[in-house]
Design a protein around this ligand. Structure first.
Ligand SMILES: [Zn+2]
Length: 412
């Protein structure tokens, strides 16, 4: 019988969220102008951006509307919108940006964008929210793509992969590849091909949902390949979404939630302390009318409760019991080991990819129930991940220690 102990306090230094979405509306694409959509997305950005204030650093994804971020002009416009909603000198949260890998991106554009972006994001066509503007399966034998990847490798720019194959059917309409539950497994061949041919390019397999992707990281054959894990892929399977008599729209995400075997592999990888795996929320705020509808938008909104959610998961009795029984944690040191693994997962490991940030924050959580809000805002209204849960850790204090002053983030 294992006597489980829980720490009364947990300290997290410099949590970072290197992948989230705000769905900004780029005003420079006048040909696709939609005034109502612009007002709606701006209202959502203004609501959700300040909720990231506890993070030291965040990385914004580029699948904005009406078009993705692809140029320096797009980037400047998006930065201005972000800075307006979340002023840097108020929150001290460093924001990083990426552009989308579309047919418009060339080696020349990479050279123009270097110093302004941390990565280039590949979206397979038509598999997730706002991915329609991107190309089909990434083809590294295409000369333009090779030149882009070479320029990225030379300039230390990260390749962020949404790892799913695109849908392909034969002449009878039967699916040949890209079936929703198989698309990520099929993409593992593409990851390996890129990793082998561009060994100095940092490649991130985003939001890992399968055993197959875990195997690539665990094999250590490709040290230039990193992986990230979202709260929903760390905690849930397809059964949680659709196994009961009703469908839970709030956890519908892409890549879709998978099997218990996949889940266990992801959990094993995270708790192994592998330095090439790290947290990111992949949080995306969809208004309730879009999420809870007959054409439910994919993705969960987890960023505002991510630190509490991840801490709670690391210190859940079932997590601790499972790892002690498998002798993957030593009984005498497990509290320290879990604290170190949490810190590595939520901060240190991502530095292997994105380097050290500018600002220093310290979040102290205490073992006190935290009831996740049922929703944020009214118009727009957005429901957070874990809204059904009472978590066991609450933020006690959150401070940004900038070299000339200290800010109490809870007071903001
Ligand atoms: Zn994403």
């Amino acid at each position: 019988m294992i006597n489980i102990q829980f720490p009364n306090q947990v300290t997290v230094k410099n949590p970072q969220d290197p992948h989230l979405h705000w769905r900004g509306y780029l005003e420079n694409h006048f040909e696709d102008w939609d005034e109502q959509k612009q007002a709606d997305t701006n209202a959502m950005m203004n609501l959700v951006l300040p909720m990231n204030k506890n993070f030291s650093r965040i990385l914004a994804m580029p699948n904005t509307i009406p078009q993705h971020i692809q140029t320096k002009e797009d980037l400047d416009m998006y930065k201005q919108m972000v800075e307006k909603a979340m002023p840097l000198d108020k929150y001290f949260t460093e924001t990083m940006f990426v552009v989308s890998l579309t047919d418009q991106i060339t080696a020349k554009s990479i050279n123009e964008l270097k110093g302004h972006i941390k990565g280039v994001k590949y979206y397979p066509w038509g598999v997730t929210t706002n991915s329609g503007g991107s190309s089909a399966d990434i083809d590294i034998n295409k000369p333009q793509t090779r030149e882009v990847l070479e320029a990225m490798q030379d300039n230390n720019i990260v390749l962020n992969l949404h790892p799913e194959t695109t849908l392909q059917k034969d002449h009878n309409g039967a699916i040949e590849k890209g079936f929703v539950h198989d698309a990520e497994r099929e993409f593992s061949d593409i990851v390996v091909e890129i990793a082998e041919q561009f060994p100095k390019l940092k490649i991130v397999i985003e939001h890992i949902s399968t055993f197959d992707m875990v195997e690539i990281i665990e094999s250590w054959k490709y040290p230039n390949v990193y992986g990230s894990v979202t709260p929903q892929h760390l905690m849930l399977t397809a059964h949680d979404k659709e196994g009961g008599p009703t469908f839970d729209a709030q956890v519908h995400c892409k890549p879709t939630l998978k099997t218990p075997k996949d889940l266990e592999a992801i959990q094993r990888l995270v708790l192994s302390g592998n330095p090439n795996i790290y947290f990111w929320s992949d949080s995306a705020p969809h208004p309730t009318e879009a999420k809870e509808s007959s054409c439910c938008s994919a993705w969960a909104f987890s960023s505002p409760v991510a630190i509490e959610t991840i801490t709670d998961w690391f210190f859940r009795p079932e997590t601790i019991r499972y790892w002690l029984e498998k002798e993957l944690l030593s009984e005498t040191w497990y509290l320290n080991e879990l604290q170190d693994k949490l810190q590595a997962f939520i901060w240190d490991n991502a530095n292997n990819v994105y380097w050290t940030p500018k600002f220093d924050k310290q979040i102290v959580l205490e073992r006190k129930p935290f009831e996740v809000p049922k929703h944020y805002g009214d118009t727009p209204r957005v429901v957070p991940f874990n809204h059904w849960e009472e978590l066991q850790y609450s933020v006690l204090s959150a401070k940004a220690n900038i070299h000339w002053k200290s800010i109490d983030l809870l007071q903001l």
